[in-house]
Design a binder for this molecule. Structure first.
Ligand SMILES: [Zn+2]
Length: 447
């Protein structure tokens, strides 16, 4: 859902959605391989490292190669998307297209807010148009190539247009407010701009489940009691005030299995998708839902927006200096007057894109650490180590299962399959007693 709003919400969407996939065909989840089975007679002989390796070894070489190719291709896409953003910005500035858009907006109205909208709408349309070939390759052609997409071109393009409409509305409102800040605080705009951006992120996160997500998918309460009741039991055990769990028809767009927690405060909603219902067993579904509940209980939406606000603050501080340098050097050539001039937007975008590109490993790490917290919550709530391992393997259809530590640090916004299975096997090896276990009753307390 959120990936359609990438321009506005690069982080929030990525972190609140756990997407797992097992390709076009449902695969039978492997039972625990022998090394991952715990012996009732001798539980201390369980070796978590060997068990992890045994799970990883259940994946056939061809599937592993395909998933590695898909995921590693994504590394290059980060670079191509960055270079494209840079090229578009330089083109709009150097050709004076940006200045021409500003001049035309100033001719049509004397109100600043209207001038900003008259600049923003054609600017956003132009950027969409110029980045369409890469967008088409990445989100349509490549997804079909790897068997993840289920939509033909026309329904896909129709959703692209809806997403573009949403981006135009949200983007224009944000730019009107930001440029009002830039005009009033030409020296301290980067501080006030951060506050505006963070408030804006909270607002969009809050309204997304009500106004944005239904534009693409239908959410309905999950009715099958065999699935619903065990999920609601976990919610009750963790003081989560939900009366129902939602099912979303994600198979309209994709074969990926996923679940998500969206919204904020009163609009929070936990939903699982129809692919998950079709292709996962109850232990796996419980594990995924417990992970999503972890995001809720650990207040991850608010925390991630706060962390993201810190990145925005550093990015804006960095932009403030570089923007002034750029205007001093090329302002005449580009016909850009200063920060309050909308014609300078492409250079602000250029600087911010560079910043985001450089800090990608840190952004990914902030999200990955948060996901790991949700994993820890999930395993303790669902208590399904084998279910967690199976889900991690299904995720492995599109996320490299066994990366190097450096690769995981730079590119992974969720823990790798190996890390997740290891967490599950460590949990299994610890063999935790339940509440009123006989061990706790019979032994004297030793605090
Ligand atoms: Zn998650």
């Amino acid at each position: 859902m959120f990936n359609r709003l990438n321009m506005i919400l690069p982080l929030v969407g990525a972190c609140l959605t756990v997407a797992v996939s097992n390709g076009a065909h449902a695969q039978q989840a492997p039972t625990p391989p022998p090394a991952a089975r715990i012996s009732a007679a001798n539980p201390s002989s369980f070796d978590a490292a060997a068990a992890t390796q045994a799970w990883l070894d259940t994946v056939p070489a061809d599937k592993r190669a395909k998933s590695n190719a898909y995921f590693e291709g994504g590394y290059w896409l980060i670079l191509w998307n960055f270079l494209l953003a840079v090229a578009i910005s330089i083109f709009l500035l150097a050709s004076r297209t940006s200045a021409a858009l500003r001049d035309s907006a100033e001719c049509k109205s004397r109100f600043k807010a209207i001038q900003v909208s008259l600049y923003a709408i054609p600017y956003l349309l132009l950027v969409y148009l110029l980045s369409f070939p890469l967008n088409f390759y990445e989100n349509f052609y490549r997804e079909h190539q790897y068997g993840f997409a289920t939509q033909r071109f026309l329904p896909w393009f129709r959703e692209q247009l809806i997403a573009l409409g949403v981006a135009l509305i949200i983007g224009t409102i944000l730019l009107i407010v930001l440029y009002a800040v830039f005009r009033r605080a030409p020296r301290t705009w980067w501080i006030w701009g951060t506050i505006v951006t963070v408030i804006f992120l909270f607002t969009v996160t809050f309204i997304a489940p009500i106004y944005i997500e239904p534009l693409f998918n239908t959410y309905k309460p999950l009715s099958n009691p065999e699935i619903r009741d065990p999920i609601l039991a976990m919610a009750r055990a963790n003081e989560i005030p939900v009366k129902q769990v939602f099912e979303v028809d994600a198979s309209r767009q994709t074969t990926r299995v996923s679940a998500n927690v969206a919204g904020f405060l009163g609009t929070t909603r936990i939903a699982l998708n129809d692919n998950l219902l079709k292709e996962c067993s109850l232990p796996e579904i419980r594990e995924v839902m417990a992970h999503e509940m972890g995001h809720y209980v650990l207040n991850h939406a608010a925390k991630l927006i706060t962390y993201f606000g810190i990145f925005v603050f550093i990015g804006f501080a960095f932009s403030r200096t570089l923007f002034e340098v750029a205007v001093r050097r090329w302002g005449n050539k580009w016909s850009v007057r200063g920060i309050a001039d909308p014609a300078g937007l492409p250079s602000l975008v250029l600087i911010l894109s560079t910043f985001v590109f450089v800090v990608t490993p840190f952004l990914n790490t902030v999200v990955r650490v948060t996901e790991r917290e949700a994993d820890a919550f999930g395993i303790n709530t669902a208590r399904e180590p084998d279910g967690m391992a199976k889900v991690a393997l299904k995720l492995g259809a599109y996320r490299k299962l066994n990366p190097t530590p450096l690769e995981e640090f730079i590119f992974f916004d969720h823990p790798s399959g190996r890390a997740r299975i290891r967490m599950a096997m460590d949990w299994k090896a610890a063999n935790l007693p339940a509440g009123e276990s006989s061990a706790g009753e019979s032994k004297p307390s030793s605090h």
